[in-house]
Design a binder for this molecule. Structure first.
Ligand SMILES: NC(=O)c1ccc[n+]([C@@H]2O[C@H](COP(=O)([O-])OP(=O)(O)OC[C@H]3O[C@@H](n4cnc5c(N)ncnc54)[C@H](OP(=O)(O)O)[C@@H]3O)[C@@H](O)[C@H]2O)c1
Length: 354
């Protein structure tokens, strides 16, 4: 690793599935890494669990001493931690962020950044006052594929003017077999398809329908419906209606599986299909125009899962003295959460914290 590359020392909060994927990716040897990442401390509600996590996901992978196992609070306070990664259920994101910010730490917090826009505004206010970097870990936005997708649509206008976008994220979460305390079933933990997976459908729709983000983006009208079971949304459907007539038809579901083509963008001169196992982890996209009726496919290599792209981007931003990401600014996280709030207002899914 070149000395000119920035190094970040991470404190990991929560030892569940997503934290395991994140740390494994950060430990990968990569030829084109833009930054160096050290897993410094693992914060867990249980010492045993934390140590098991370190053994299973970091110990053999990191070419440095293994991380310390600590409580959440010790992790926030550790002077050798530069940035805290938050991998807890959505309902704890606000408090975990506030606690880390209070100790002057930078923060990368899993999606959805908070349960609603009000909570997110509170966190960004605290980050602004403390002058620390904070970003939502919407990892897909940092895939080279995602950037290429936006470039061909908006700069190259590969399919002309965008007219409609369909995107779906469905996965069978076997909810009936889960315990009521699961984060996928308990409304107090933020359960529901919309915030868990629908946020990706919305992300692709917004990126395809508008080249701008945050306050500069056009504001579509939203029409939404949700299927509620035991007060959580097991399916959500959103239609975005833009002032010029463009439409986004964006869906999510917890009892079926999206086929490998999860997104279709139709324009005045052709269409694009986006392929992958899920809309969170795209593999390729194919452009169909009268000149390429068989389709021109763009494939992208992705060693590991692809979490290092967001981590590298964060490291570069922090090294440059920024407090928010250009690729995912606070205003865009808030815009998305405002939309998710509106979908839930129309569809009926509520959290006790709302
Ligand atoms: N980017 C992605 O692709 C992606 C994928 C999956 C999930 N996520 C996001 O990551 C977050 C965590 O999801 P996950 O699937 O990793 O969840 P998970 O497997 O249930 O893990 C969550 C961890 O949070 C900690 N935690 C603290 N209080 C908890 C409580 N009351 N109930 C359950 N866990 C608690 C636990 O760690 P300790 O016991 O060690 O404290 C637990 O292992 C969610 O916000 C989700 O949206 C993102």
């Amino acid at each position: 690793m070149s000395a000119s590359k920035p190094t970040l020392r991470w404190g990991i909060i929560g030892t569940g599935l997503i934290s395991s994927w994140f740390v494994q990716d950060l430990c990968l040897e990569r030829e084109n890494a833009q930054a160096s990442h050290i897993i410094q401390v693992v914060g867990s509600s249980s010492v045993e669990k934390g140590n098991r996590f370190i053994d299973a996901h970091v110990q053999q992978r990191q070419s440095r001493p293994p991380p310390l196992c600590a409580t959440y609070e010790q992790t926030y306070r550790d002077p050798d931690v530069d940035i805290v990664y938050i991998g807890t259920p959505h309902a704890f994101h606000k408090q975990n962020c506030l606690d880390a910010i209070a100790q002057g730490k930078h923060v990368l917090c899993e999606k959805p950044f908070a349960l609603n826009a009000k909570e997110a505004r509170e966190v960004f206010k605290a980050a602004g006052e403390k002058g620390v970097f904070v970003m939502e870990a919407l990892w897909t936005r940092f895939f080279p594929l995602f950037e290429a997708f936006q470039r061909v649509l908006h700069r190259d206008e590969a399919v002309g003017d965008v007219v409609r976008v369909f995107c779906d994220f469905a996965m069978n979460q076997s909810l009936s077999s889960l315990d009521a305390s699961s984060r996928l079933k308990n409304p107090a933990l933020g359960a529901g398809s919309l915030l868990d997976i629908g946020i990706y459908s919305l992300t692709w729709g917004l990126a395809a329908l508008d080249s701008q983000m945050g306050g500069k983006a056009q504001q579509p009208k939203i029409v939404a419906a949700q299927t509620l079971v035991d007060s959580i949304d097991v399916a959500s459907a959103m239609i975005l209606l833009y002032p010029d007539g463009k439409q986004g038809i964006l869906t999510c579901n917890t009892s079926t599986k999206t086929p490998p083509v999860f997104c279709r963008v139709e324009g005045t001169k052709g269409h694009i299909l986006v392929e992958g196992v899920a809309s969170s982890a795209p593999r390729s996209f194919t452009i169909y125009t009268p000149q390429t009726p068989e389709g021109q496919k763009y494939e992208f290599e992705r060693p590991g899962k692809g979490f290092y792209w967001e981590a590298d981007s964060v490291a570069l931003d922090i090294a440059a003295g920024k407090t928010e990401s250009v690729q995912l600014p606070w205003a865009e996280t808030l815009r998305v959460l405002d939309m998710l709030d509106e979908v839930r207002r129309q569809g009926g899914a509520k959290f006790p914290q709302d």
